[in-house]
Design a protein around this ligand. Structure first.
Ligand SMILES: NC(=O)C1=CN([C@@H]2O[C@H](COP(=O)(O)OP(=O)(O)OC[C@H]3O[C@@H](n4cnc5c(N)ncnc54)[C@H](O)[C@@H]3O)[C@@H](O)[C@H]2O)C=CC1
Ligand SMILES: O=C(O)CCC(=O)C(=O)O
Length: 398
């Protein structure tokens, strides 16, 4: 039987994760790499885990970022595996790139750079060519323009705030805005009642929603025509949130001026009115470090102490250690689970010292500190209770 108090946790790293985070996984307790076998945890950024066999040994999946649409969350929930993310850790990086996108469109930066790159430096009339050529790139200022922000979460709120500071008029829409987000918004942000209202009223529309069933094709053939002909649509959310064919039709019909996005799908490449970036939103040193540190700290707390924070499919749960012997149980949120679990513990001669139980949707999670060591047999009995999805024994490290 492995000594659970001294075991090392194998952690599979599937993308480039900042060393600032990885270095917090000590070599004594963690084996970290891209080739580890039987991983206890998977660290990922954008790697697509749909259709990938996730080993039965996996106890947690950590997304060093915000969006979890690349992770089969319902399947993990059914296995009692939390999926952690890093809320807000890369929001400033995305906000700054949205500002870049708006300015690039408003000031025709991409074609202007292209024009300059093609100038002949040896030409005697270089200055004249510059002065003659620049009128093709005259633009407009952001101040005074209306920006519509769809999705007022971590990123949307920062974008709205920055736009207000730039002198823009901001209209926001989010049917499920959190109280914290609402408090963080500048009072000048006006509230819209629908996506269509935002599309109609804004010179710029920027999308900051997760890709879920309800947001797939949020901007599509039937509503893109509501945008102004000189409007700019920005998509730093996900490819599927906007219909690319609707965008291309609108651009072609001169019913939309620019599409700025972080998802350069094939049909968009080379279009003069599309500004497509290679999924750069979170690619700053600061954001990569913030995300890695946040998810690694959450992972350590989960693997070593059983604590959960920022899992997208589990409640936040923590409990101060009052005993060296802790059991963590993920179970379905149905009646009489706690009764059955405590009966199994009593039958194994375990005295409960302290416990906490929380639920979120279909899931519940329980931490139990007991007064004596827990046998493999006792753990097996708890694991056999119908509705128990995962049982972990977390004795204090030797
Ligand atoms: N381009 C990039 O590199 C990055 C892209 N993202 C994308 O941005 C998304 C948002 O990120 P955060 O702001 O950090 O997430 P968040 O969870 O803080 O905010 C998302 C907001 O969207 C709202 N929302 C959901 N459905 C909506 C709907 N139908 N209409 C309007 N609002 C709706 C939610 O209520 C929430 O307030 C991520 O899920 C991810 O897909 C995030 C980070 C980097
Ligand atoms: O890790 C990355 O570079 C992508 C970030 C992202 O899309 C997200 O956090 O949702």
């Amino acid at each position: 039987m492995p000594d659970r108090a001294t075991q090392r946790f194998p952690v599979l790293v599937m993308n480039q994760i900042s060393a600032s985070g990885l270095s917090r996984l000590s070599a004594e307790r963690y084996q970290v790499g891209k080739d580890v076998t039987d991983p206890a945890a998977v660290l990922v950024r954008s790697a697509d885990l749909h259709g990938v066999t996730i080993p039965a040994t996996v106890q947690a999946i950590c997304r060093a970022g915000a969006g979890v649409n690349n992770i089969p969350v319902p399947a993990m929930t059914a296995r009692g595996v939390p999926v952690f993310n890093a809320p807000g850790a890369n929001a400033n990086a995305v906000k700054e790139l949205v500002l870049v996108g708006m300015l690039m469109a408003a000031r025709h930066i991409a074609p202007a750079l292209d024009f300059v790159a093609k100038l002949d430096g040896a030409s005697p009339d270089l200055d004249k060519k510059v002065e003659d050529g620049k009128k093709a790139f005259a633009g407009f200022e952001l101040a005074g323009q209306t920006l519509g922000v769809i999705g007022l979460g971590k990123i949307g709120c920062l974008v709205a705030d920055a736009a207000i500071k730039l002198g823009m008029d901001v209209l926001g829409f989010d049917p499920e805005i959190t109280v914290d987000a609402a408090w963080s918004l500048p009072s000048q942000v006006r509230r819209a009642g629908s996506v269509n209202e935002v599309l109609r009223a804004s010179r710029f529309v920027t999308l900051h929603v997760p890709l879920v069933a309800a947001t797939k094709g949020l901007v599509n053939e039937s509503n893109i025509g509501l945008m102004r002909a000189d409007g700019v649509l920005l998509n730093f959310s996900r490819e599927g949130v906007v219909s690319n064919s609707a965008v291309l039709d609108a651009l072609g019909a001169k019913e939309l001026a620019h599409y700025v996005c972080d998802f350069p799908e094939a049909s968009l490449l080379g279009h003069p009115k599309v500004i497509a970036l290679p999924h750069l939103g979170a690619s700053t040193r600061e954001a990569e470090e913030n995300c890695a540190v946040m998810v690694v700290d959450q992972l350590r707390e989960y693997l070593e102490q059983g604590h959960i924070s920022n899992a997208v499919n589990f409640p936040n749960v923590s409990m101060a250690r009052e005993s060296a012997y802790r059991i963590a149980i993920a179970n379905s949120n149905v009646p009489n689970m706690l009764g059955q679990i405590s009966t199994a513990m009593a039958a194994a001669g375990l005295n409960i010292h302290n416990m906490v139980n929380k639920s979120r949707g279909e899931m519940a999670y329980t931490l139990v500190d007991v007064d004596s060591p827990v046998t493999e047999d006792a753990l097996a009995h708890i694991a056999a209770i119908p509705g128990v999805l995962k049982v972990r024994y977390l004795p204090v490290q030797a």
